[in-house]
Design a binder for this molecule. Structure first.
Ligand SMILES: Cc1ncc(COP(=O)(O)O)c(C=O)c1O
Length: 377
């Protein structure tokens, strides 16, 4: 018998509420907006975007993106500083390929985005994790680890972290850059949640620090438009940009996603991207309030900090093994992501991650009630 034909990565059975899933809800993917932008762009007469693209990415797209970013970032952004990627996963993979060799050590936060760990495993990297607090990596632990290792890079998620929810304040960002310069490692800043700010803005992104040749700031349209676009951008010092532009992948295939870039350029220029971000901030911000209230009412044993942005609640229930809880929760038709998935040292067993991205307010409340019932047993 042949396997069923599959389109999307994650299948959730009907009736199941998987609060662990970090994908955007299908209703939040802006099809009409993209249809209009595509219609507009594909009727303009030129067809350059069907050709192998410029290695750094379509210049007109980078220009539109730079103009979009500068006022929101609060510092000048030039199209020269932007490199178009197929999203942060692809950026990470390329950077690992260019800047590491198998067996090299890299640092990550504990907890960290679990699928980045998979990319580092593909490159046979030795991962060392640095504990985090409410303000990101604990600097004393980082300094101690730098006494023992010479990492090629430190992968961080500085704004509304996945899964921790925390944001690194401006002062600690500066200290990180100083340490990177002093010890000669790169900072790979994955800023996919930067624009999803509900109750507090994140500090300026790491693009503010690219005068340093130790900083790479990565962002993506996956969380502000749609992951299926496979489109993102990276900001870095000219020396890093040169390495990226000269890589074999681009020499052979040309720049990333010229076709998608052209459509997203039209969407940026007609104000669609701005509108979409405002809509997401509105919808997801309300969901955070709903999940927060439901957790406080129904799961009083849960310890967490209300996130100011992003997708995630990072919850500790002391004494509860979250992998066991996940198995039991299946029977209650509710899902979560156990903390151990976000640990590179098999820790964080009594933590789990919940997301507001995939379910509406009623479903979130329903999901928390199911979790309450599950915890009672
Ligand atoms: C921290 C983080 N980085 C990267 C990604 C994936 O990004 P992209 O779709 O741009 O590859 C995600 C998606 O969940 C994420 O949470």
């Amino acid at each position: 018998m042949s396997t069923p034909l599959q389109t999307v990565q994650t299948y959730i059975p009907p009736g199941f509420i998987d609060l662990g899933v970090g994908n955007p809800q299908p209703e939040l993917l802006p099809l009409p907006m993209l249809r209009n932008a595509a219609q507009d762009r594909l009727s303009r007469g030129d067809n350059d975007f069907l050709q192998y693209g410029a290695e750094q990415g379509d210049g007109y797209f980078r220009d539109a993106l730079a103009k979009f970013l500068a006022p929101r970032y609060g510092f000048p952004v030039s199209h020269d500083d932007l490199f178009v990627t197929a999203g942060n996963s692809s950026a990470l993979d390329i950077l690992c390929g260019l800047f590491t060799n198998p067996g090299d050590t890299v640092f990550v936060e504990e907890p960290t985005y679990f699928l980045a760990l998979r990319i580092f495993a593909d490159h046979d990297l030795n991962v060392v994790s640095i504990p985090t607090d409410e303000a990101g990596p604990v600097m004393d632990d980082l300094i101690h680890a730098l006494g023992e290792h010479r990492p090629k890079f430190f992968y961080i998620i500085p704004a509304f972290q996945n899964p921790g929810g925390h944001t690194i304040p401006a002062e600690r960002r500066k200290e990180l850059v100083s340490l990177a310069e002093h010890h000669g490692f790169l900072i790979l800043a994955d800023e996919v949640y930067q624009f999803l700010a509900y109750t507090q803005d994140a500090p300026q992104p790491f693009g503010a620090h690219i005068r340093s040749d130790r900083v790479v700031a990565m962002n993506s349209f996956s969380k502000i438009l749609a992951p299926g676009l496979r489109l993102g951008w990276t900001q870095a010092h000219p020396s890093i940009m040169q390495r990226l532009n000269a890589c074999g992948l681009l020499d052979s295939g040309g720049g990333m996603n010229p076709f998608t870039s052209a459509i997203v350029q039209a969407l940026i220029e007609n104000g669609g991207l701005d509108k979409n971000i405002s809509h997401l901030v509105d919808v997801l911000g309300k969901r955070v309030q709903i999940m927060d209230a439901a957790l406080r009412e129904h799961l009083p044993q849960a310890r967490f900090t209300t996130p100011h942005g992003g997708y995630f609640f990072w919850i500790q229930v002391p004494g509860v093994d979250a992998e066991d809880l996940q198995k039991k929760a299946q029977a209650h038709n509710v899902g979560l992501r156990p903390g151990i998935r976000f640990s590179s040292r098999s820790g964080l067993n009594d933590y789990f991650r919940l997301s507001v991205s995939f379910y509406n307010e009623d479903e979130i409340q329903q999901g928390i009630l199911r979790l309450r019932d599950c915890l009672k047993t």
